[in-house]
Design a protein around this ligand. Structure first.
Ligand code: IPD
Ligand code: CA
Ligand code: CA
Length: 259
């Protein structure tokens, strides 16, 4: 039941994305010059929450656009109605609905739907990860120097040792391809299905990372903070890999090893 409601909710959000994609919609700014929110983000979140609450009126929801709603249940839905809003606003078909279900602090189910590519990623804790119902697995690459990586940059630049550009430079100077797609949820899912070997980012929020985190773990990958410590969706720094290059990535990210 939870699984089918999750799919229904993701589908409802995706319908709103497609209804507005490449059409006219209102755009406004959040904190940070290019941190956009569009009419479609609000419409998609509303449609997703309507599905959740129609089936489960007592469930809690944490939505990027509407914030936290209380409920008496121990289940919380973590919703990003459009992950990749800047892509969406520019007509770039790399954006998705991302929804995770948390029970007593543990992410138990997750879905990421990119309606433009028709890709539905799904995972259930302990039961594997799937792309359009086919099981998926992380890649087998064992050396970071041979890896294909992906990252993202925050809307407001973070100036710090081992900051986003420093780490990017460390890999790029060695010729390692580091892509930047603009949707953390898609980045994580593409690690899960082996298209990328690793992903790191500095300032993600729970709605960006929660679904992709479970999908990577259930596909056999590893997700931690930048020090290799256990990951919580409520912290900002994320490192997700196929597991085989994870320790090496931690060393490079912290500038303790040159590639
Ligand atoms: C953003 C995307 C992007 C990441 C940003 C996120 P949004 O989410 O996931 O890839 O770099 O940090 O905020 O704003 O498109 O939902
Ligand atoms: Ca997001
Ligand atoms: Ca969003």
């Amino acid at each position: 039941m939870l699984k089918s409601v999750l799919k229904e909710a993701a589908g409802a959000g995706a319908r709103e994305i497609l209804r507005f994609f490449n059409k006219s919609f209102t755009v406004s700014n959040k904190e940070g010059v290019n941190n956009l929110v569009t009419e479609a983000d609000h419409a998609a979140e509303k449609a997703i929450i309507e599905v959740i609450h129609r089936h489960y009126p007592d469930h809690q929801v944490l939505g990027e656009e509407s914030g936290a709603s209380n409920g008496t249940s121990s289940i919380k839905w973590i919703v990003d109605p459009i992950d990749g809003t800047v892509n969406f606003a520019h007509g770039i078909p790399l954006n998705c609905v991302s929804i995770a279900i948390e029970e007593k602090g543990v992410i138990i189910m997750a879905a990421v739907l990119n309606p433009h590519l028709n890709e539905y990623f799904f995972a259930e804790k302990g039961k594997g990860a799937f792309l359009n119902d086919q099981p998926i697995q992380v890649s087998n690459e064992t050396n970071a120097i041979n890896a294909c990586l992906v990252t993202g940059f925050p809307y407001t630049y973070i100036n710090m040792p081992n900051g986003p550009l420093e780490i990017f430079e460390r890999f790029v100077r060695k010729g390692v391809p580091v892509r930047r797609l603009g949707s953390a949820a898609i980045d994580l899912c593409w690690v899960a299905c082996g298209r990328f070997d690793g992903f790191y980012e500095h300032k993600l929020e729970p709605w960006d990372s929660a679904a992709g985190y479970l999908i990577v773990e259930e596909a056999g990958g590893r997700v931690t903070d930048h020090e290799g410590q256990p990951f919580s969706v409520y912290q900002h720094k994320v490192l997700a890999t196929n597991g085989k290059i994870h320790d090496e990535m931690v060393e490079v990210i912290n500038n303790r090893k040159e590639l």
